[in-house]
Design a protein around this ligand. Structure first.
Ligand SMILES: [Zn+2]
Length: 230
């Protein structure tokens, strides 16, 4: 259990640092544009941490199931442990969702924080739709959150998934990166220890592609609606 205690401790430190970062943005960025850009950087960073947190939880769940299975009196004792673990990991409901907004890390740093609400209200008076979008996405939960490319920090439109570490990237960005790094590319996600990133490990993620397209369409419709109101 010492490992989990250490993990909790690091998570606390991480949340404190992110909180300080957010305070600094709020206190020192007078220019709204600058503030928005800094908040976006912070948000993307929190997302990366949520990802790591999610991976840890999925692994934990899979290990627990494996433990139960092995201690089951009906267990034959000849199961392929590695295979079972991978199966449980794939089955874990938290593994397939991209909903980092459900993460306690997200909720603590970004979600429902009064500062964010305040910034958003100030901004909407000046009528900056772009910021309103960001504000909305910071405040709403339980909605599909499109994945952000770790290199370009923009919404992924053509998702390709790494078969080895399961991370998702924007196809154009990641293939350029692999070419640039000549065979020395590492997975660009913070905390990922996949040190051998190869184009042949990437597969198109059709399901995610559909979700993203739907999300972008809805965003577009919302934009059109708000234009009509004016
Ligand atoms: Zn990775």
């Amino acid at each position: 259990m010492a490992l989990y205690e250490r993990l909790e401790e690091n998570l606390d430190k991480c949340i404190r640092s992110l909180d300080i970062w957010k305070q600094l943005i709020n206190e020192n960025c007078d220019d709204e544009q600058e503030k928005r850009m800094e908040m976006e950087k912070l948000t993307n960073c929190v997302k990366s941490y949520c990802d790591i947190d999610k991976q840890i939880k999925s692994t934990e769940n899979a290990l627990r199931k494996l433990d139960e299975k092995m201690n089951d009196p009906d267990s034959k004792g000849s199961e392929d442990i590695d295979h079972l673990f991978q199966e449980y990991l794939q089955d874990d409901p938290t593994a397939s969702t991209n909903n980092y907004k459900e993460s306690p890390l997200w909720k603590k740093v970004i979600g429902g924080h009064s500062d964010v609400v305040e910034v958003r209200q100030k901004k909407s008076k000046i009528d900056d739709t772009q910021f309103e979008e960001l504000g909305d996405s910071l405040l709403c939960s339980n909605v599909f959150a499109p994945p952000i490319d770790p290199i370009s920090k923009t919404v992924i439109q053509h998702p390709y998934k790494n078969k080895r570490c399961k991370h998702v990237y924007e196809y154009g960005t990641i293939s350029n990166y692999i070419k640039q790094m000549k065979n020395k590319a590492k997975c660009p996600y913070i905390g990922c220890n996949n040190n051998n990133l190869r184009l042949t490990d990437l597969v198109e993620d059709g399901n995610l592609q559909v979700q993203i397209s739907q999300y972008l369409e809805t965003q577009q419709e919302e934009d059109d609606d708000s234009e009509d109101e004016d």
